[in-house]
Write a protein that binds this ligand. Structure first.
Ligand SMILES: Cc1ncc(COP(=O)(O)O)c(C=O)c1O
Length: 417
């Protein structure tokens, strides 16, 4: 069936997430998804299964241990296939912040005094601080600044910053404030012309469709699994040929055994196994909407991604239109989603009341959101926004519904403009 004729079955989607039936959360219109998403039943099942029958040290020959190890491997393999990577290119750590810190530590040894590192002022701090810190080993830090009028990163600005001394460029695929999707493929090509490494932060991108890391051409890519319907973990992808050469940060005897060499301590076992549940959810999602066929994991994810984008565009554009129509509200970023140029992560502030006051009004009326700088304080500072009071962020994912949007607009209409 062609996609034009298929719409996301929102009733089915929401039925997969127990939070929509839970006595505490069911009465809330949840718009804090960029902070962390709900999990589907399949993830909870995998976590419970591990805790009940395989919560032992993995990789021995007795069945509880053998199955635990097999499930850990399977979870990593599945996630590699979902983003078109190799299994040995996947590192599962505690969060994106820790993964990028550990990575910067590993790359530190290849930086010589005078080498240049480019960071942005649009990123979350997780993809800025670890790179800025390399000034301690002599790196010269250059900042790729947003255009303060549009809040967007412009490619020409990067072109002017790149030089033969550039060694690393760290940039977000999608800002957690502005929502714009940066052209990471084009950026990778430019960075590679200088033989530098490109580190993409996909935390605000991946919840809206798992990317193809090979297609993007990035050297490293990160996202937070707790924002892609899983437990509190982060995934780091790194190109095999680069991982192979990084120094061992783990036990000495593990020398050469990448990617374990990068990530001291390894992953949380039970949470890693529960990632199988994310794939089981998307597999069920696929077969609910499309005909039974022999598509591989990545092909199914691609179809799912298309349906997610179509639904997100449908629910986010009325919110963008409404906010844009209000005299008292400053909307950050593009005022329309078209051809996946923007994520449904919508930040704004009032010209009349503080973000805190506005957030309280929303919360008092059943809308789960907050005001904050969301750790992208350099971005807010560049836009002249008080970083303490921050912005209000309405962040949606595919399980948000038209009813959610109507609830939000109804509450906003009660607030005079
Ligand atoms: C765009 C972006 N990058 C990085 C992070 C940091 O992720 P983590 O909480 O997994 O360290 C966040 C968290 O909100 C984020 O929104």
């Amino acid at each position: 069936m062609e996609l034009e004729n298929i719409n996301l079955d929102i009733k089915f989607i929401r039925s997969q997430f127990p939070a929509f039936k839970d006595s505490l959360s069911k009465n809330w219109t949840f718009f804090e998804n960029a902070g962390g998403s709900y999990v589907p039943q399949q993830v909870i099942n995998e976590l419970n299964k591990f805790m009940i029958s395989t919560k032992v040290q993995p990789y021995a020959e007795y069945p509880m241990s053998k199955i635990a190890g097999e499930n850990m491997d399977q979870a990593t393999e599945i996630f590699a296939k979902m983003i078109n990577a190799k299994t040995r290119e996947i590192i599962i750590g505690g969060s994106t912040s820790i993964n990028l810190y550990v990575l910067s530590n590993a790359l530190k040894y290849s930086i010589k005094p005078g080498d240049e590192i480019i960071v942005t002022n649009q990123d979350h701090e997780a993809n800025i601080s670890p790179w800025r810190r390399l000034s301690e080993v002599g790196a010269v830090i250059k900042e790729w600044k947003i255009n303060p009028q549009t809040a967007e990163l412009e490619i020409e600005t990067l072109e002017n910053l790149l030089s033969n001394k550039t060694k690393i460029v760290a940039v977000t695929h999608c800002s957690n404030i502005v929502g714009t999707i940066n052209d990471l493929k084009k950026i990778s090509q430019l960075v590679h012309k200088k033989n530098a490494l490109i580190i993409g932060d996909g935390v605000s991108y991946a919840p809206h469709g798992f990317p193809d890391v090979k297609e993007l051409g990035v050297d490293f890519y990160t996202f937070s699994l707790y924002k892609t319907y899983g437990p509190h973990l982060g995934l780091l992808y790194g190109k095999e040929e680069i991982l192979k050469k990084l120094p061992n940060q783990n036990h000495e005897f593990l020398n050469g055994d990448y990617p374990y060499t990068i990530n001291p301590g390894g992953p949380n076992h039970e949470e890693l196994c529960s990632l199988i549940g994310i794939y089981k959810y998307f597999d069920k999602f696929y077969y609910h909407h499309f005909i039974k066929d022999n598509k591989n994991i990545r092909e199914k994810i691609l179809k799912v991604n298309e349906l997610i984008s179509k639904h997100e565009e449908k629910i986010a554009n009325p919110v963008l239109d409404y906010l844009n129509s209000r005299k008292d509200i400053n909307l950050i970023g593009k005022n329309k989603i078209k051809n996946k140029n923007r994520a449904p992560t919508i930040s704004f502030f009032s010209k009349k009341v503080s973000s805190k006051q506005l957030a309280n009004k929303l919360v008092n009326n059943g809308i789960a959101t907050r005001n904050d700088n969301f750790y992208a304080w350099r971005c807010l500072e560049a836009l002249g926004i008080d970083t303490k009071d921050g912005v209000i962020r309405i962040s949606m994912v595919h399980y948000n519904s038209e009813d959610d949007v109507n609830n939000l607009i109804k509450v906003l209409k009660k607030i005079p403009d």
